[in-house]
Design a protein around this ligand. Structure first.
Ligand code: FMN
Length: 307
């Protein structure tokens, strides 16, 4: 049987968000061969990541904290047995709840083992007052992208249209369940960074513009980029880090040129490569010796061909 883990981020056990999750679970249950595991994040004990980096240093890439999101923790264990994940969250302060943020933050070890890369995922963000549910939904989508989940959709719900959203929640549940069934039958399929960046181009959080802004300090110009400025200021003192930063800058130039020529997909692919080179350069220069003490794990932002 494929397992779908359905998590509630609201302490109101019978509230609007709980009702939507129930509908999503009902939808998922309709898919033959799928079993549901419904839990509330508020029933577990876990705190924020303490940035000890033990998860990066160890070969297993597991969290050493002795709580429900540590390696032996009940919630972490439930996730390792899941073929799909549905997260229903109330909108708090125009964004996701702190509980959901905490939960997703604690998935950091999985970036280095890759175990949740490609995990089918769907979310529901529910507001009942001023709203801003789309901001909460988009933020969760951004996190899903960062964690490498396979995005099946995210609902931005205001209770004024609750009846319609209930139907959408059931449909989302079915989608996650169908993807979970495939995950169980075929095994977790490799999900490359290129696939992920391109797949999310149609989602609620598109990586392209924010990543270009990230590298170019909001200008869209390589001359203003942190790559160029870092190289000019001789910040990269390690030769291998400097070489990677130089390569990243060259690929960023190609990426921006492709963008200017209207070659969208080519530009996107070049951005994936530039960002991977940049990640490796900064890891070597700023993290490897001084902070973490080990090289970048293979599963995390691989550079790909010609590596
Ligand atoms: C700390 C906090 C912040 C909130 N912020 C918002 C908000 O930004 N927008 C909104 O529409 N409702 C907000 N609310 C109301 C929740 O969205 C509301 O509780 C909603 O119904 C979520 O579902 P549930 O509480 O029934 O699970 C907030 C509630 C709390 C407790």
């Amino acid at each position: 049987m494929a397992r779908v883990l359905a998590l509630l981020g609201s302490a109101r056990r019978n509230g609007y968000t709980a009702g939507l999750l129930k509908q999503a679970a009902e939808g998922a249950r309709e898919v033959e061969g799928v079993t549901l595991d419904v839990r509330n994040l508020h029933d577990y004990h876990f705190g924020p990541c303490t940035s000890c980096f033990a998860c990066i240093r160890s070969e297993e890439h597991l969290c050493v904290l002795k709580d429900d999101m540590g390696a032996e923790g009940e919630l972490w264990q439930a996730l390792t047995h899941a073929n799909g994940l549905i997260l229903a969250d109330p909108v708090y302060g125009w964004g996701p709840s702190a509980m959901t943020h905490l939960f997703l933050e604690r998935l950091y070890p999985a970036l280095f083992s890759g175990i949740f890369s490609g995990l089918p995922f769907g979310s529901i963000s529910c507001a009942s007052n001023q709203g801003m549910q789309h901001l909460a939904r988009n933020e969760i989508c951004k996190w899903a992208f960062c964690k490498g989940f396979r995005y099946q959709g995210g609902l931005a719900v205001h209770v004024v249209h609750l009846a319609e959203s209930m139907r959408e929640a059931a449909a989302l549940g079915r989608r996650v369940a169908e993807a979970a069934l495939e995950d169980e039958r075929e095994g977790r399929q490799p999900y490359t960074d290129e696939e992920r960046f391109l797949a999310y181009a149609d989602s609620h959080w598109v990586a392209y513009e924010p990543y270009i802004a990230n590298l170019t300090r909001g200008t869209g110009r390589w001359e203003e980029s942190i790559l160029h400025q870092g190289l000019q200021a001789s910040v990269f003192t390690r030769p291998d880090a400097r070489e990677l930063a130089e390569q990243a800058l060259e690929v960023l130039k190609q990426c921006l040129a492709a963008r200017d020529e209207g070659k969208g997909e080519e530009s996107y692919k070049l951005l994936v490569r530039a960002s991977a080179l940049w990640t490796r350069a900064t890891w070597k220069q700023f993290l490897e010796e001084q902070v973490i003490g080990v090289p970048q794990p293979e599963a995390y932002r691989p550079i790909g061909e010609n590596e």
